[in-house]
Design a protein around this ligand. Structure first.
Ligand code: ADP
Ligand code: MG
Length: 698
C-alpha cells in the first residue's frame, strides 16, 4: 500500500507534474502566467494541453471538462471526450491549447438573471491556471471561470478573482509606504472548516423531505438530543471513522489538504478542516470537498447532509471562513509583529478590516444569505444575523489606549504613539476564544463564522476582500499625500477606532440583550432573513464600492440580486410542495388509519363488555382526530398561499410573501404534524423519527 506522501496529489496536474512533463521554456512561461497573471501564448497553451492530456490519459481519463461554479448548485461540468477520428478508421486522443483555455458550454440552462439575451444563449469558460487541473473519475477537470459573451461574470469565481486583485492593488500601495518594495503580490488565504451530518442511506430513503429539500420538514424532537454533549467528546464511531479515512484518501489524491476531523455538538454531526490555501484555490477545493463528501458517503451506505438545518431543534451546520492576508514574501499582514514599526503596519491592516466590517456589514450578511442559512443565523446556536467583531482583551487594550491617548497598561505605562519607537510590543491574544462572535480575531487571522455549511465560500470572500480593499484605498490615498507619514498614520488609526468601535463586541453574541444593544444603541444592522438582506446588494454605497474596484458591474449586481432571491423563492417553494405532499399522502392517511384502528378497538371493547374502560383510546382518538382535521385545513391554506405566489412578477415582493405568509404557514402545518407524531403508534407513522435518523450510524 502506498503511503500518503506517495499518493498525495496523484490526481492533480500540479507543479511536480508540470515540471516533469513540460519543457523548461513552456514551464517557465506557464509559471509566469500562474504567478504574475501574464497572458498565455497559444503555442505554450498547446504544449501544456498536450502534456495535460497525455498525463490524464495515462491516468485513466477519457474525457475532459471545464469545471466551474455557476450561481446555483455546487459545480457544473460538460464532458467532452478526447477522441478524434484518425484517417485509418481508429481514433486518437486529442486536446488543443484552444480547448484548454476556452470552452463553450451551452449556458442557457444556467441562471444569468437576464444577463444573457436569448439570442446569445452561449457563455464561455476560461481557464484559471492558478488552480490546478485534476482528474475526477475518468474526467480531466479544468478549473475555469464562466462568463457571458459580453464579458459579464456568470459564476462565483470571476468576481472572486477580481476581488483578490482589488485587494492586491490597494495592499501593495500601503506596503510601498512602509518601504516594502520587494513585495510583488498580496494574497488572501482561507481555511474553511466544514460541518456536516452523516446518516444512513436507509433512513434517508424513507424521508421525502430529506431527498427533495435536504432537510426534514417534519419530525418531533428526539428524547435524546445534544443535551449531554457526549457526542462532541465521544470517540468517533467505527462506520464514521471508516468514512473519514476513505474521504481523507480521496481528498488527498486530489491534493486537498484535509487535516482535522472531529465530531460536532449535535448527534451525527461532524467537522472537517483543511490546511488553509490561497482563496480561489480554497474555494475550488471546498466545492470539490463537498462533492467528494457526498460521493464517498454513498459508497459507505451513508448520506452526507450539507444543509444548514437538517433537523429542527438540533444544532445546524455552518462553515468557518478563516481568513488572512499575506505577501508573496511570506509575511502574514494580520500577524502582530516583533517591532513597533511592524506593529504600526499590523494595526493599520487590522483597522482596515474593522472599518470594512463596519462599513459593509450588510454586504457580509447578504453574502451568506440563503433559505437554509436563515434557519441558523439568529437561532441560539450560530452567530446572530447582527455582525460584530471580537478582538480579545489584549488588542482591545491597545486600541483603547490609542483612542484615548492613554498609557497602555501591559506595556509598563508607555504612551502609545504609532510608528514611533515607543509603541509597545504586545502579545498575541491569549484569552479564551469567543465562540459566539460572528467575526473573531484569532491571533493572526479572522474567523468569519456566519457562513452556512452549503454556501460557496466565494461569496463571503468576494465581499470581505472588496470591503478591505476599499478601506486600504482610503488609507493609501491619505497616506500618499501626507506631509508627515507617522502623524497621519496615527491620526487615521485613531479615527478608525473612534468611528468604528461600535462594531467591536467581546461579550456573548447569543445573548438577547446584545441584539437589543446592537440594534438600538449601536445602530448595527440586523437583517434577519434573505429577503431582508439581499436587496442591500443594490444600495448605492455598495454598488459604488464594488464597481469602483471592478469586482462587479452594475448589470452583474442586478442579475446576482435577482438570482439569489430566485434561489431563495425556489428553495422554499419546493419545501412547501414537499410538505403538502407529505402531509396529504402520508401523514393524514396514516393518522386516519391509526384513528380508525383506535375507534374499532373502542367499539370492540364496548361490545365485549361495556364496563371495560377505554379512556386512553378515546382521548388519543379525540386528540388525533382534531389534529388531523386541522392538518387538512392548514395544508389546504398552505396550498393556496403557494399557488398565489405565481401571481408575483417582482421577485423581491415574492420573497417577502414567502417570508411573511408561506413560511409561517409551513410552521403551523409542521407543529400540528409533529404533535400528531408524538401520539401516534410508531408502527403507523410513515417516517423514521428524529431518534431513528440521528442515531442511525453505528
Ligand atoms: P480551530 O479554529 O479549530 O481552533 P485552527 O485555528 O488551528 O483551528 O484552524 C482552523 C482553520 O484555520 C484551519 O483550516 C487552518 O488551516 C486555518 N488557518 C490557520 N492559519 C491560517 C491563516 N493564517 N490564514 C487562513 N487560515 C488559517
Ligand atoms: Mg474554528
Amino acid at each position: 500500500m502506498k503511503t500518503v506522501p506517495e499518493f498525495f496529489g496523484c490526481k492533480v496536474f500540479d507543479d511536480r507534474v508540470m515540471r516533469a512533463n513540460l519543457s523548461d521554456d513552456v514551464y517557465a512561461s506557464l509559471k509566469k502566467t500562474i504567478d504574475e497573471g501574464v497572458q498565455l501564448d497559444i503555442t505554450v497553451a498547446n504544449a501544456v494541453a498536450t502534456a495535460m492530456k497525455d498525463w490524464a490519459v495515462a491516468n485513466g481519463a477519457t474525457h475532459y471538462t471545464h469545471w466551474f461554479q455557476p450561481l446555483t448548485g455546487i459545480t457544473a461540468e460538460k464532458h467532452d471526450s478526447f477522441i478524434s477520428p484518425s484517417p485509418d478508421g481508429g481514433v486518437i486522443m486529442e486536446f488543443s491549447g484552444k480547448e484548454l483555455i476556452k470552452g463553450e458550454p451551452d449556458a442557457s440552462s444556467f441562471p444569468s438573471g437576464g444577463l444573457r439575451a436569448t439570442f446569445e444563449a452561449r457563455g464561455y469558460t476560461a481557464w484559471d491556471p492558478t488552480s490546478y487541473a485534476f482528474i475526477k473519475g475518468k474526467t480531466l477537470c479544468i478549473p475555469t471561470a464562466f462568463c457571458s459573451y459580453g464579458g459579464e461574470a456568470l459564476d462565483k469565481k470571476t468576481p472572486l478573482l477580481r476581488s483578490m486583485e482589488a485587494l492586491n492593488i490597494q495592499a501593495l500601495r500601503i506596503l510601498k509606504l512602509f518601504g516594502h518594495d520587494d513585495v510583488k503580490c498580496v494574497r488572501t488565504s482561507v481555511g474553511p472548516e466544514q460541518e456536516y451530518f452523516l446518516i444512513t442511506k436507509e433512513m434517508y430513503d424513507k424521508r421525502p423531505d430529506l431527498r427533495f429539500t435536504g432537510r426534514t420538514l417534519f419530525g418531533a424532537k428526539s428524547p435524546k438530543g445534544q443535551e449531554l454533549d457526549d457526542h462532541y467528546f465521544g470517540v468517533i464511531k467505527p462506520k464514521v471513522a471508516e468514512y473519514m479515512e476513505d474521504l481523507n484518501n480521496e481528498l488527498w489524491k486530489l491534493g486537498i489538504l484535509a487535516k482535522t476531523e472531529h465530531n460536532e455538538v449535535a448527534p451525527a454531526q461532524h467537522e472537517l478542516a483543511p490546511i488553509y490555501s490561497t482563496t480561489n484555490i480554497a474555494t475550488d477545493h471546498n466545492q470539490l470537498t463537498m462533492e467528494i463528501m457526498q460521493k464517498v458517503a454513498t459508497k459507505h451506505g451513508l448520506v452526507c447532509l450539507l444543509h444548514e438545518k437538517p433537523f429542527a431543534g438540533v444544532n445546524g451546520s455552518g462553515k468557518h471562513n478563516n481568513w488572512s492576508i499575506s505577501t508573496d514574501t511570506g509575511v502574514n499582514l494580520l500577524s502582530p509583529g516583533d517591532t513597533p514599526y511592524e506593529n504600526a503596519q499590523f494595526l493599520l491592516f487590522l483597522c482596515a478590516v474593522i472599518k470594512a466590517v463596519d462599513d459593509y456589514q450588510d454586504l457580509l450578511r447578504l453574502s451568506v444569505a440563503t433559505a437554509g442559512n436563515d434557519h441558523r443565523l439568529g437561532a441560539n446556536e450560530a452567530p446572530p444575523a447582527v455582525i460584530s467583531m471580537f478582538l480579545g482583551d489584549e488588542l482591545n487594550g491597545v486600541l483603547e489606549a490609542i483612542e484615548n491617548d492613554t498609557p497602555y497598561e501591559n506595556a509598563k505605562k508607555t504612551k502609545l504613539k504609532l510608528g514611533v519607537d515607543v509603541l509597545p510590543k504586545f502579545n498575541r491574544d491569549t484569552t479564551d476564544r469567543n465562540r459566539t462572535s460572528p467575526f473573531a480575531f484569532t491571533g493572526n487571522k479572522f474567523e468569519f463564522r456566519m457562513l452556512g455549511s452549503s454556501n460557496s465560500i466565494a461569496c463571503a470572500n468576494i465581499m470581505l476582500n472588496s470591503a478591505v480593499a476599499e478601506s486600504l484605498k482610503i488609507y493609501a490615498d491619505r497616506l500618499e499625500n501626507a506631509d508627515n507619514f507617522e502623524e497621519k498614520l496615527h491620526e487615521m488609526i485613531r479615527k478608525t477606532i473612534k468611528d468604528h468601535k461600535r462594531i467591536i463586541f467581546n461579550g456573548n453574541g447569543y445573548d438577547d440583550a446584545w441584539i437589543k444593544e446592537a440594534t438600538e444603541e449601536r445602530g448595527l444592522s440586523n437583517l434577519k432573513t434573505t429577503p431582508d438582506a439581499m436587496p442591500h446588494l443594490l444600495d448605492k454605497k455598495n454598488v459604488d464600492m464594488l464597481t469602483s474596484h471592478k469586482v462587479f458591474t452594475v448589470a452583474e449586481l442586478n442579475s446576482r440580486c435577482e438570482i439569489m432571491l430566485e434561489n431563495y423563492c425556489k428553495a422554499v417553494s419546493i419545501e412547501a410542495s414537499t410538505m403538502i405532499e407529505m402531509s396529504k399522502t402520508d401523514i393524514s392517511p396514516a393518522i386516519a388509519k391509526y384513528t380508525a384502528k383506535l375507534a374499532k378497538a373502542i367499539k370492540n371493547k364496548k361490545l365485549a363488555d361495556s364496563s371495560i374502560p377505554c379512556s386512553y383510546e378515546t382521548s388519543v382518538l379525540k386528540k388525533l382526530s382534531m389534529l388531523n382535521d386541522n392538518i387538512a385545513i392548514k395544508t389546504e391554506e398552505l396550498e393556496s398561499i403557494l399557488a398565489s405566489l405565481s401571481d408575483y412578477t417582482d421577485i423581491g415582493k415574492e420573497s417577502f410573501a414567502i417570508r411573511d405568509s408561506l413560511i409561517p404557514k409551513m410552521e403551523e402545518v409542521r407543529s400540528l404534524c409533529d404533535e400528531a407524531e408524538t401520539c401516534t403508534a410508531k408502527e403507523f407513522w410513515p417516517y423514521p423519527s428524529y431518534g431513528d435518523i440521528l442515531f442511525s450510524v453505528k
